[in-house]
Design a protein around this ligand. Structure first.
Ligand code: HEM
Length: 556
């Protein structure tokens, strides 16, 4: 893929497709009260993004009357993630709930009144808060518990079964080649239905058949909501959000009527078709005890459905595209997939897929390549310091994962070509970037000495891939790679995300033959920077394909 240069997003920051958000209108005004030794960069009306600006030193951005402290990658972001107890995500969650997910003021107040922190032990001075009102802690506890272990296994198994069933039933692709204008649209429909059904149950789409279409229209308006225009200036954006919230309310009312909470078998079930995953029932109970209204509960559920789908589906697109662009990679990926197929059940063992070196590597490279997620925190102590820099209490600290993930000084960029350019620049997708091969000292994600990059590239085979190791641990990449954020507030859905990404790619490649109609144009596709930095970014163009079903014997 060719080298891509920076676009210029019109404002910063926005929200990660997790929970955090910030409504910021960049302005030339600065607030002298917040000048405490942090260098200040005044943004111009459009925010020119380049690495020099996002160097290794924290700096302050003036945003209206407030300031944002930009925390760069490397040591500073690691320090931010380590100091969880002195930092809060409350202000940013309040903004996300209010501005993006349309939560009514009375429900936003439930978040605002909780200063007890996310940990089991309340922060000093908050020991006597009613546990039912500790909304941050309850959510954190339930998400981490129920997106792990047996609950996670169940969620992934349902996703795989739903996704496979949808692809097998789709009328869009038959036995003969069919041209489809947009591969991403296909993933956005089928993955979304499969993942949501596994989370909110089979009845959800029966009640709300247009939810998927509305969801992606809503996703396209995220930056609009965060700019907080009056409703009359963005009628379509607000109308679609209202439709989504009404759909969720309809489902919640239905589930409340249909579900027999007194039935012990149902209460213990990890999944049933009305509420879906137990996580949704547990959350409903927590919200009710905290005093949330039906409208407030709908906003919280919209937040979760958005976090659970808006990143993982674009990230999957890049994994699949990487495979489709390279016949050699496709053959090696299929070799790994073949090892993970359980012939008795005719389904993939997702845990096996997730432990294969090459599959692991392409999942990591997809996240590196496309993710511009923000991690935001506010100090809850007076004298918070990061690498010697002092950040005032309650000030917004913000970091964007893209910059470290695209620092050419850090990442391995492969061989140096005769014209002096790197073979695999950081703004191109390189399936092997994260892989360390024991017989190749030039391999591995981190930049190698110049001599190593002059060695000829080795031709990889499935046998080589078996010996490789995908490197993503903090000791190697710490501070340069944090698509899921970090510390105790790291994305609770990261395991599910990886399983869905690799599971979806495996099922797609098994069920269908897929060919890009214009591989040269597809190779030029890059992340859509017009929505920077809202998380994992989808492609900046449509990717037309032709597809047909694999014959049974080929699928194996
Ligand atoms: C490629 C996929 C994904 C990416 C890149 C991603 C990224 C993130 C990031 C950066 C954060 C903020 C972490 C921080 O501030 O340090 C976050 C939070 C969150 N993510 Fe994900 N995420 C992904 C998939 C998922 C999935 C599948 C779920 C499923 C439920 C999920 C649920 C959440 C939730 C609920 C939060 C908020 C947690 C809190 O408030 O503490 N995410 N995610």
């Amino acid at each position: 893929m060719p080298c891509r240069s920076w676009a210029t997003p019109s404002s910063l920051p926005t929200t990660p497709r997790g929970s955090s958000a910030a409504h910021c209108k960049l302005s030339r005004k600065s607030n002298p009260q917040t000048r405490r030794g942090i260098p200040s960069h005044r943004p111009s009306h459009r925010f020119g993004l380049n690495r020099r600006r996002f160097g290794s030193v924290p700096f302050r951005l003036s945003v209206g009357l407030d300031s944002i402290f930009f925390i760069p990658y490397g040591e500073p972001i690691q320090a931010m993630f380590k100091n969880a107890r002195d930092l809060s995500m409350k202000p940013i969650i309040v903004v996300a709930m209010r501005d993006q997910f349309g939560m009514p003021p009375a429900d936003v107040a439930i978040y605002e009144r909780d200063g007890s922190g996310g940990s089991a032990k309340p922060l000093d001075g908050w020991e006597h808060m009613d546990p039912a009102h500790r909304i941050f802690h309850s959510q954190h506890r339930d998400l981490h518990a129920m997106l792990n272990g047996a609950s996670l296994e169940g969620m992934t198994a349902r996703f795989m079964a739903n996704y496979t069933a949808r692809l097998r039933a789709t009328a869009a692709v038959g036995d003969e080649w069919t041209e489809l204008p947009d591969l991403f649209a296909l993933l956005r429909t089928d993955m979304f239905h499969a993942a949501c059904t596994s989370m909110v149950g089979e009845r959800f789409f029966e009640l709300n058949p247009d939810f998927c279409r509305d969801f992606w229209e809503f996703d396209g308006h995220v930056l609009t909501y965060l700019r907080r225009p009056p409703r009359w200036m963005a009628p379509r954006a607000f109308a679609v959000r209202t439709r989504l919230l009404e759909s969720i309310k309809k489902w919640r009312q239905y589930a409340g009527r249909q579900f027999d909470a007194a039935d012990p078998a149902l209460a213990a079930a990890e999944y049933e078709p009305v509420w879906g995953a137990r996580l949704m029932r547990v959350r409903a109970d927590v919200f009710a005890k905290a005093g949330a209204s039906p409208d407030g509960c709908a906003s919280m559920d919209l937040g979760l459905l958005w976090a659970a789908n808006a990143n993982v589906i674009p990230a999957t697109l890049w994994t699949l595209l990487g495979v489709l662009l390279s016949p050699d990679l496709a053959a090696r990926v299929r070799a790994e997939m073949a090892d993970c197929l359980d012939t008795d059940t005719d389904s993939f063992r997702v845990s096996a897929l997730c432990s294969k070196p090459l599959l692991n590597g392409i999942h990591l490279e997809s996240l590196r390549f496309c993710t511009a997620a923000t991690s935001a925190r506010n100090p809850v102590i007076d004298d918070f310091r990061i690498c010697g820099w002092r950040i005032p209490r309650d000030a917004l600290m913000l970091s964007i994962s893209w910059f470290g993930a695209h620092d050419a000084r850090f990442w391995n960029t492969g061989r140096t070509l005769p014209d002096g350019t790197p073979e695999h620049p950081v703004d191109a997708y390189w399936a092997e970037r994260f892989l360390e091969y024991p017989d190749d000292p030039a391999s591995g994600p981190v930049r190698k000495p110049a001599a190593a990059s002059r060695r000829p590239a080795a031709k990889r085979t499935p046998a080589h891939d078996k010996t490789a190791k995908a490197i993503s641990h903090t000791a190697a990449l710490g501070g340069y790679f944090y698509p899921y954020g970090g510390g105790t507030r790291i994305c609770p859905g990261r395991h599910l995300a990886k399983q869905e990404m690799l599971g979806a790619v495996a099922v797609m490649l098994r069920e269908f033959e897929i060919e890009l109609l214009d591989p040269a144009a597809a190779a030029k596709a890059g992340p859509d920077l017009s929505v920077f930095p809202t998380g994992a970014l989808g492609p900046d163009r449509k990717l037309a394909v032709r597809m047909r079903r694999r014959r049974k014997e080929e699928a194996r």
